[in-house]
Design a protein around this ligand. Sequence first.
Ligand SMILES: [Ca+2]
Ligand SMILES: [Ca+2]
Ligand SMILES: [Ca+2]
Ligand SMILES: [Zn+2]
Length: 316
Amino acid sequence: MSQRVHIRSFSRWGARAGVITTLALLAASSAAISPVMTGATAPASADCFEPSPLAGGARSNGQVRVDPHTERLAEVPTVQARLAAGSVRIPTYINVISAQQLSAKRQAKRERQAARQIRVLNRSYGGRSAADAAQSAFRFSLVETRFVVNAAWATMGYGSAAEAEAKAALRTGGAGTLNIYAADIGENLLGWATFPQQYSGSPTDDGVVLLTDSMPGGSAAPYNKGDTGTHEVGHWLGLYHTFQGGCAPQNDLVDDTPAEKSPGYGCPEGRDTCKADGLDPIDNFMDYSDDICMDRFSAGQTSRMASQWATFRSGG
Ligand SMILES: [Ca+2]
Ligand SMILES: [Ca+2]
Ligand SMILES: [Ca+2]
Ligand SMILES: [Zn+2]
């Protein structure tokens, strides 16, 4: 509860400071996952991240969509795969972590939110979120919503010992099982995820961490319609941000998402930050716009997810 008050008390300058803190955190933690990071073959992160969401419309409460994926990962070869729409059903566990035992009423609310999160995922990955949204191969089945009481894990930060301990204790299934950890993650972060190619090197770390109140009906407006879940699962299935790589020709390694120089915040209709054809894909789930604004994956992204799945996750 206190953290939400903290976030809401952020001033405009506070929002800027919050982002810088996140970048500092990134710099400190990137070494820990260096086997899949690259400094040689990819543009420096500073080139593709603009730590000034204010121009794009910061929220009055200071919270902006940001997650620790501003680094380029080394691209490793994948097998090209085509998977039929809806042909892959992903067993999903949602771990709702709190510092204290939730009241029955509060637990019931969180359970409904978890169920709604799964429905949002299925609508988004099923191409039902917009008229011209692409449909992917993936659907999600909620196996179990678990309520976990642990004061340290409840406020786990990115790359923290608490995160590692929680995942070691809770992670279930193999490479093809989605584990979601919902907690009060702090640092103004909405969530983070591991990439498919990281699974073999650190299987226990695999999964998606979400700010609990980013789930549908949570208090993290304008990020409370479940699209942080959609976005983070996009990373888990191998997608980069639409602004990753900036205006470079390969951009996010997906052909049909127009290049974008920096994250789009709010819902900046008509934004066009790269000379290359196409307006910025602010309606794409892999941008940073508000939940109400992002409503689709592109066909190219669904192809990329299929190949990433076939290469790294289909064995488990
Ligand atoms: Ca692109
Ligand atoms: Ca353009
Ligand atoms: Ca949306
Ligand atoms: Zn992201």
